[in-house]
Design a protein around this ligand. Structure first.
Ligand code: ATR
Length: 509
């Protein structure tokens, strides 16, 4: 088993008691009492005796990133006298010590990977008892793989964790790789190391209880990625359908080389079972390029758009087989056809105004033009609209670019905002500009921005009776299509929608 351990900084007995109770209620299976600047040994003893779960006593020196001004082991004898189950001692352990307490031999590096990582581990292995612990700051997401290798090759119970945002997955997947423990903070504010996930997230978002050695791994590649909603909806969907999978945020640096290095190391990594990927900003073009270079299959329209947001990793054969899809464009089309109760062949009769000429605008333009719609592109930077129009014009539907000022004169059937204008926290901004075009109850007004759900773009269209579509609609649809592509099961779409809407109202509070 891998313990889910919550570290608690002890400032006074009452506070620590309260925190221990909160942690065990939340599901902590072990408590680390950080006594760096707490000297009351009797109080420590009472905390250990009252915890109800095994405890680690830790007095971390400043040299190893803690608060204790004294060198690591000065308090060893007095701490051992309190009989904790484990003691984190950083330095040498006197193997003659007659005590039931197990030592956790630890080494921390807050700046990066320790140069002599393997020598340190060899040194730790010399002592046959206790637990080895190495923690370092991940330089990139690939450092996590080394932590997993250390766990796979362990000779003793081992903790191998990477700190920082790039190291988050080592904390979550510790259980899959059989670590002795992982740390989770009591709440978002109480993290004792950078990148620590809260116990609530560990249990309720990252499916701690359901995780095993065999659990398949999925994730969303992006930069930044910390606030992505995808882990919330995909993990909820996995849990709902009992799919043995876990979905993680994967922080990969923007350059193509970083994307490629991620794919080349993570996809084949033994025991990781990487089975599916979502791809978001800024990597959708990188994904298309990578799959093309590898000769992997890419869905036609995804290739034409030049953007892949979904990678299927089929592991049923001897070698993993990659396939690229774009579930964004189908989500855009289906949101419109469902709202109008038509099928895709009738899209050709529509005149559509697309606001914006970035990645999302491009996806909308390519998909709509492919089905024969006449598309007018309005963009702040006219040149970008022109380039996009000339690329897709004449493929089937007519595509042209118009000056932003002329939007108010448009008589299109559908208006889609693909710009970021009006997105939280700048929710008072208005993608329409000063004046709205003429809208009727037959007009469709569609915003790709999903936070807030009702943007100013949609709110201002409402009095006309226009049919509005929120960004949540497309977000949920593209996610549901990904879920289906990976699991071959119908997605619990209503649940997915609820998860998003709940997250959104959380953010406002
Ligand atoms: P995405 O991949 O989400 O589409 P993007 O490629 O950065 O993101 O594109 C953002 C789009 O929003 C662009 O069309 C951009 O207009 P420019 O091409 O002129 O940059 C548009 N956009 C962003 N902020 C804007 C603003 N304040 N006013 C008008 N348009 C804006």
């Amino acid at each position: 088993v891998t313990y889910l351990c919550v570290p608690i900084f002890v400032r006074d007995l009452e506070q620590a008691r309260r925190d221990v109770a909160l942690a065990t209620e939340a599901g902590a299976e072990m408590i680390e009492l950080r006594v760096d600047d707490f000297d009351d040994d009797q109080a420590i003893k009472r905390l250990i005796d009252g915890a109800g779960v095994p405890c680690i006593l830790t007095c971390r020196s400043q040299a190893q990133g803690g608060r204790s001004p004294r060198p690591g082991n000065v308090r060893l004898a007095s701490l051992l006298a309190q009989c904790p189950q484990y003691i984190d001692i950083e330095l040498d352990w006197n193997s003659q010590a007659k005590t039931p307490t197990q030592p956790i031999l630890s080494h921390h590096d807050f700046s990066g990977r320790p140069e002599k990582l393997y020598n340190i581990l060899l040194e730790m292995d010399k002592l046959s008892v206790g637990v080895n612990k190495v923690v370092w700051k991940a330089r990139t997401i690939r450092d996590n793989l080394e932590a997993f290798e250390i766990l796979q090759n362990r000779n003793k119970p081992t903790i191998a964790l990477c700190m920082g945002e790039a190291g988050v997955i080592s904390r979550i997947l510790a259980k899959k790789f059989g670590a002795f423990l992982t740390f989770a903070s009591l709440n978002d504010e109480s993290a004792t190391a950078p990148g620590q996930v809260s116990i609530d997230e560990m249990k309720n978002l990252y499916r701690w209880d359901a995780m095993s050695k065999k659990t398949k791994v999925y994730g969303v590649i992006g930069h930044p990625i910390g606030h992505s909603l995808s882990p919330h909806i995909q993990n909820a969907a996995f849990a709902e359908l009992n799919h043995d999978g876990i979905y993680l945020p994967l922080l990969v640096d923007p350059p193509y080389e970083s994307f490629k290095a991620f794919m080349e190391t993570f996809v084949p990594f033994p025991g990781l079972d990487l089975s599916g990927l979502s791809v978001t900003i800024p990597h959708k073009e990188n994904a298309a390029r990578y799959l093309k270079e590898k000769g992997a299959q890419i869905e036609d329209l995804a290739e034409r758009i030049g953007a892949v947001n979904t990678i299927i990793i089929d592991r049923t054969g001897s070698e993993p087989i990659l396939r690229g899809l774009n579930t964004d464009y189908a989500a855009i089309l289906d949101s419109i056809t469902d709202r109008l109760a038509i099928d895709r062949t009738r899209l050709g009769r529509l005149r559509v105004a697309v606001l914006g000429a970035g990645g999302t605008g491009r996806t909308a333009v390519a998909a709509l033009a492919h089905y024969g719609a006449d598309v007018s592109i309005y963009n702040r930077t006219r040149e970008k609209a022109e380039a996009l129009a000339s690329e897709f014009d004449g493929n089937t539907g007519q595509v042209l670019s118009l000056p932003m000022e002329e939007l108010a004169k448009s008589d299109c059937d559908v208006f889609i905002n693909t710009t970021s204008v009006g997105m939280y926290p700048k929710s008072d901004q208005n993608a329409w500009g000063a004046k709205l075009p003429k809208l009727t109850p037959n007009t469709v007004v569609f915003d790709m921005v999903y936070n807030p759900v009702k943007t100013r773009f949609l709110a201002e269209a409402e009095p006309s009776g226009a049919k509005t579509i929120t960004g949540v609609e497309t977000f949920v649809r593209q996610a549901a299509a990904q879920f289906q592509a990976w699991t071959n099961k119908p997605a619990p779409i209503e649940l997915m929608r609820r998860v998003i809407e709940n997250r959104m109202s959380d953010q406002k509070n």
